[in-house]
Design a protein around this ligand. Structure first.
Ligand code: ACO
Length: 419
């Protein structure tokens, strides 16, 4: 009717690929995954080597700039990031105001605001404090013409991510924020900001735990076009400032099918409770009444190489922090699923989140803080992809098409005439 063609494919063949199962939206030099072999590498370096030999900030540099830094580049990079960890007083006030729940005595979990909501909001608010980072105000080619401003904002975002994360935990504990320390490593400083008590000056995080967190950060730093990185790239393609794009990516990560799975795994294991309840739970999964959180992956159809490394980190942390009581149920659940043809046929294996939650629990982090521990290192991957997309020749705004299956054109009916 009226020449409107709801099946329009004027720009050529339209590929219908719900949930992007088979669609590549970019070409990338950052990360490669072989899902069948269970292989992951960043810029050509296998994840096993990076986890063993690198540290988080060096891996972040590699992801963002394409090469491992030279000794002097590494020193300058780490100095710069660790000297851009402070947050503005006004931002601290915004974070400090995000309290939900009754204010009981100042004990852990005094407030209920989910730390991921605080983290997301803090990055959105940071955009308001950084007009110089906004191409809408500074011009379309801001980041092409001015590499110094691009690098400055990359450094700021990585540096402040740990501080915002620590503040998101302190606010829910109703405790004052602790200023960052530039003389510590990235993970050490984060532990310090979250943990330090009245004797902050002399507080030194346990080096075994700082090293374990550093390794976890390397493992979480990037994973090509996952849901949150795709969000960062999609939102960034509109040329919004990178703080707003990070807020959007963090929101995508928050969901329990993505970065929120580490929290969901523990809630699931706690709900199962004892080893004898494992078979009933797996039956509920097979009947599609439950999800086995921490299992399955869009790309890995064999093993997730990160989960192997994480299992070793778990041993170190359990040795330092004491026996983790949920480990029996977690192990029984994993073993039963891996021996069950239903899961084998569907190629469902433990992913990175299956063990990371147990480690974070053992380290004493509150359950709802776990996704934040995923978000902080993933900021590096988001920025690497954002930079790559901004610098690509002829970048375009992301705008998928759809297959319209709604009504054909029809005439408006006044309300009195409707049945
Ligand atoms: N528990 C139960 N069934 C599952 C699970 C699971 N964890 N994962 C997949 N399946 C089933 C699906 O129901 C589907 O069954 P069907 O063939 O009968 O329809 C089949 O396996 C294929 O799975 P899909 O959902 O099509 O796989 P997809 O690639 O879309 O989803 C995802 C991947 C979201 C990770 C999924 O495996 C899942 O929900 N896992 C649990 C949540 C989780 O651990 N997320 C973390 C992922 S890793 C990360 O983000 C760091």
């Amino acid at each position: 009717k009226d020449g409107v063609d709801t099946d329009d494919t004027a720009n050529g063949i339209r590929v219908f690929d719900p949930a992007f199962l088979n669609t590549a939206a970019i070409s990338s030099k950052i990360t490669f995954i072989d899902g069948d072999k269970g292989f992951l590498m960043h810029r050509g370096y296998p994840i096993e080597q990076l986890a063993e030999k690198s540290d988080f900030l060096e891996t972040a540099y590699l992801l963002i700039y394409g090469e491992l830094p030279s000794k002097s580049q590494s020193e300058i990079w780490k100095f710069e990031v660790m000297h851009h960890t402070e947050i503005a007083d006004d931002l601290a006030k915004v974070i400090g105001s995000m309290r939900y729940g009754l204010p009981p005595p100042p004990v852990p979990s005094a407030y209920d605001s989910h730390p991921m909501s605080v983290f997301i909001s803090a990055f959105a608010a940071m955009g308001a404090f950084a007009p110089e980072a906004n191409p809408a105000l500074q011009g379309r080619n801001l980041y092409i013409q001015d590499k110094a401003i691009m690098n400055k904002n990359i450094i700021r975002i990585i540096g402040k991510s740990a501080t915002v994360a620590a503040a998101s935990m302190r606010v829910r504990m109703n405790r004052p924020f602790i200023a960052p320390r530039s003389d510590m490593s990235f993970a050490e400083n984060m532990l310090y900001m979250m943990d330090a008590t009245s004797d902050a000056e002399n507080y030194k995080p346990d080096p075994r735990l700082a090293e374990a967190l550093e390794t976890l950060f390397i493992l979480h730093a990037d994973h090509e076009m996952n849901c949150s990185t795709a969000t960062m790239t999609h939102v960034g393609s509109s040329l919004v400032d990178p703080y707003s794009a990070v807020a959007a990516a963090a929101a995508a990560l928050y969901g329990p099918l993505h970065g929120g799975a580490n929290e969901a795994v523990i809630r699931m294991i706690e709900r199962i409770g004892t080893v004898d309840k494992v078979p009933a739970f797996l039956s509920a999964v097979k009947a599609k009444k439950e999800l086995l959180f921490g299992f399955g992956h869009r790309v890995y159809r064999n093993t997730d190489p990160r989960s192997k490394i994480i299992r070793q980190v778990a041993e170190t942390v359990f040795a330092a922090c004491g026996h983790e009581p949920l480990i029996e149920v977690a192990t029984a659940l994993k073993d039963a699923a891996l021996a069950d043809p239903w899961f084998v046929e569907k190629k469902l294996y433990p992913n990175v989140d299956y063990w990371s939650g147990l480690i974070y629990r053992s380290l004493g982090f509150p359950l709802d803080f776990f996704p934040v521990l995923f978000a902080v290192p993933r900021v590096a991957g988001w920025l690497a992809h954002w930079k790559q997309a901004i610098e690509a020749p002829n970048p375009k705004i992301w705008r998928p098409r759809q297959i319209y299956v709604g009504e054909k054109v029809r005439d408006y009916v006044p309300v009195e005439e409707r049945e």
